[in-house]
Design a binder for this molecule. Structure first.
Ligand SMILES: [Fe+2]
Length: 234
């Protein structure tokens, strides 16, 4: 469709855009299901994959009802959302954190679809396209259901587990820093004690050395005494 010159052509354009968005999702959801470590999340992605195939069917039905043929168009918004989600996934290792990252990405995609289906259903209603509006309302209900299921799964465990993973990392890091600090402090204390001991020993030795020297000096006749004794002998 080259131009959008009416609400009807805008609706058709939106449906064609959604058709590509749903097709992109059918390609991505199996990857998300495979990567999920939570069984509940895996099941939610698999369930939504089946629903999404149904959404593609409904969009084709809606376009036919409007007398339009599905044409090729790339939904750049969905492409961007999925690319961003994929890039975030690659930065994480398998576990609760990655599950949380996938829920973030999937919910962003769901909300994009909810906004698109919500507005398209309203346009179909005001244009008097009741059959199209019903098809879109059905899909919108399933998109909302998928979004709520993701929220439930996140709140029932994944968010808490991901937060605990972070707390555990923090505790490990604190223990490591404490151990390093204790080691360096013990090393410093040990050096200080050695230095103190050496100082104490040398302080104790000094008077002994001085008294020993002075004792040795008192036993030795002075130069005058030696001269006087030599004169007497002469
Ligand atoms: Fe969908």
């Amino acid at each position: 469709m080259a131009t959008v010159d009416s609400l009807r052509t805008h609706l058709i354009d939106e449906l064609i855009d959604l058709l590509d968005a749903e097709t992109q999702l059918t390609d991505t959801l199996p990857t998300l299901a495979h990567a999920a470590t939570s069984k509940a999340l895996q099941a939610a992605f698999q369930k939504h994959l089946k629903e999404t195939r149904g959404h593609v069917t409904r969009l084709n039905q809606a376009l036919r009802a409007l007398g339009e043929q599905p044409s090729s168009k790339t939904c750049k918004a969905m492409k961007g959302l999925l690319e961003e989600g994929n890039s975030m996934m690659k930065k994480t290792v398998a576990g609760s954190l990655r599950d949380a990252v996938m829920i973030t990405a999937a919910q962003k995609a769901e909300h994009y679809e909810m906004a698109s289906y919500g507005t398209a259903r309203t346009y179909a209603t005001v244009l008097g396209e009741k059959a199209v509006a019903r098809l879109l309302a059905q899909t919108l209900k399933e998109e909302k259901g998928a979004d709520q299921a993701l929220t439930r799964i996140a709140e029932e465990g994944i968010n808490q587990e991901a937060a605990e993973e972070w707390h555990s990392q923090q505790d490990d890091s604190l223990l490591m820093r404490t151990a390093e600090w204790a080691g360096s402090t013990a090393g410093y204390a040990s050096r200080e004690v050695s230095r103190g001991l050496r100082a104490a020993v040398s302080t104790l030795r000094l008077p002994q050395i001085r008294s020993a020297k002075s004792a040795a000096g008192s036993q030795r006749p002075s130069a005058n005494t030696r001269r006087r004794s030599a004169a007497k002998k002469r």
